[in-house]
Design a binder for this molecule. Structure first.
Ligand code: 5AD
Ligand code: SF4
Length: 459
């Protein structure tokens, strides 16, 4: 058993400080998990270094969502093996979803010393000690309780503006294509008091924006242990976080169309600091596909949710995820996805071709029968349509004024700042007397499908 007690993480009394380098792939949740891992490792005497050349330990926090995410990691492992040939004392650990999915298989790779799944990070100091004495170590136990509630993540972002706070872990939805419920375990909500404490902490540390994270935030539920009748919903949690500091922006992801209720929307509308943006993955615009994906909503109910968002929060940004070429998808069914995207006019989207994940329901019961060329062609059609819609959406903003939170200098030029509008559009503008973390009022002058080009408006 893994001890479920943070105090078990005691410093290792090593005369020399050890250096850890953490490389993170995948979703925001993984990035936040790496921050939890760093907190645990600091308690065990490690310090973070910013290049693998100076590391004693390399940890790779991995993603399994699609096959190409895993292929990238295998490539990295071969690179680490070369590094280990130069420095035999170097240790390499695999964390996250791929660790959970492949378990011992990963240990067989010559580069890998340690495999730790997403619910076993508290065990890292013990495993690292054992590693020195007894060789390769693994812990991929999933938990029904672990939320790392009282661990304060050590922020690893460079800008110090936007902090992630996980409000829950795991997923119970069992979308048939998705590996997440298998690699991140059952859904569990985190104690709201620990979420609020963390919110106050990041605000005190100068962060200006909080991102609440969960695979399906709408199913957040906290039962008061003293009074099980008393239940805190996501809408209520969101309100409490928003009230911590009206000057701090609040965002959240991911919403699920089957669970996103009007309470959440009314809460957003009531609080000026909750950003009017919803990420609402649709996956497909066709009812047979949605049923086969086990999404538990249909095209009509999805469109009704969109209408409600627009009614309750006029001007809200809406983004989505789309999968092209799921098992047995016909040309007409693909056209339904295109027509839904045309109807909704999403502001942005993450678009993927279906990638069969071993052991999911789709892998066990359906045939991955849409030829690769067809999947790619459909995906390209989806991307082309979305690019047009994103451009139209951005063009509608020209002339408008927004308050932007500056996230840092733009990649192209140090003279330009990059930030986001409340509804999550990326803005680029010049302003001499501003700095990272400042709010700025800007007017939109022109745009591409991805960016609003703006000018500073004097306040
Ligand atoms: N193949 C392709 N895309 C997938 N997603 C999840 N599983 C798969 C898969 N097997 C996409 C979904 C989800 C997003 C995070 O990743 O669109 O919303
Ligand atoms: Fe995967 Fe569906 Fe859970 Fe999202 S809601 S993580 S797509 S199973």
């Amino acid at each position: 058993m893994i001890e479920n007690n943070f105090h078990s993480v005691r410093p290792v009394f090593d005369p020399q400080t050890k250096h850890v380098f953490i490389e993170t792939y995948g979703c925001q949740m993984n990035f936040n998990d790496s921050e939890v891992v760093l907190s645990i490792l600091q308690g065990a005497g490690y310090t973070l270094c910013d290049g693998l050349e100076s590391a004693d330990l390399i940890l790779v926090n991995t993603c399994s969502i699609r096959d190409n995410a895993e292929q990238r990691i295998w490539g990295r492992l071969n690179h680490f093996l070369q590094e280990k040939k130069k420095r035999p004392a170097l240790l390499v650990g695999i964390l996250g979803c791929m660790a959970e999915r492949l378990k011992e298989q990963l240990l067989e790779h010559k580069a890998v010393d340690l495999v730790v799944g997403p619910d076993a990070y508290r065990d890292l100091p013990r495993l690292l000690m054992l590693l020195n004495d007894s060789g390769k170590q693994i812990n991929t136990k999933l938990s029904h309780e672990e939320t790392y509630a009282e661990i304060s993540p050590v922020r690893m972002d460079k800008n110090g503006v936007s902090a992630y706070i996980s409000i829950m872990r795991g997923c119970n939805n069992m979308c048939t294509y998705c590996v997440v419920p298998y690699v991140r375990g059952a859904e569990r909500s985190r104690d709201p008091q620990s979420i609020l404490r963390e919110a106050r902490e990041v605000i005190a540390n100068g962060y200006r924006e909080i991102n609440l994270l969960g695979q399906n935030v709408d199913s957040y539920r906290w039962k008061n242990p003293e009074n099980p009748e008393e239940i805190l919903t996501f809408a209520q949690l969101l309100e409490q976080v928003a009230l911590v500091d009206p000057a701090t922006r609040i965002r959240f992801a991911t919403s699920h169309p089957k669970d996103m209720n009007d309470d959440v929307l009314h809460t957003m509308a009531r609080h000026a600091n909750i950003c009017p943006h919803i990420h609402l993955p649709v996956q497909s615009g066709n009812d047979r596909m949605l049923e086969k994906m086990n999404r538990k909503y249909n095209r009509a109910t999805y469109l009704e949710r969109i209408q409600k968002i627009r009614e309750i929060i006029p001007g809200a940004g809406i983004s989505t995820d789309v999968i092209a070429g799921f098992c047995s998808e016909t040309e007409e069914e693909h056209q339904d996805t295109l027509s839904l995207m045309e109807t909704v006019g999403f502001d942005s989207a993450f678009m993927f071709q279906y990638s069969m994940r071993p052991n999911t329901k789709a892998a066990r019961h359906f045939v991955d029968d849409v030829p690769l060329e067809t999947k790619t062609r459909r995906l390209n059609e989806i991307i082309a349509l979305q690019n047009r819609k994103s451009l139209e959406s951005n063009q509608r903003e020209i002339g408008k004024i927004f308050e932007v939170l500056i996230e840092g200098p733009s990649k192209r030029s140090d003279e330009q700042w990059v930030g986001r509008t409340p509804h999550n559009k990326v803005c680029v503008f010049t302003a001499k007397d501003k700095k990272t973390g400042d709010f700025a009022k800007v007017r939109v002058l022109e745009c591409s499908s991805a960016t609003l080009i703006c000018e500073l408006v004097n306040e």
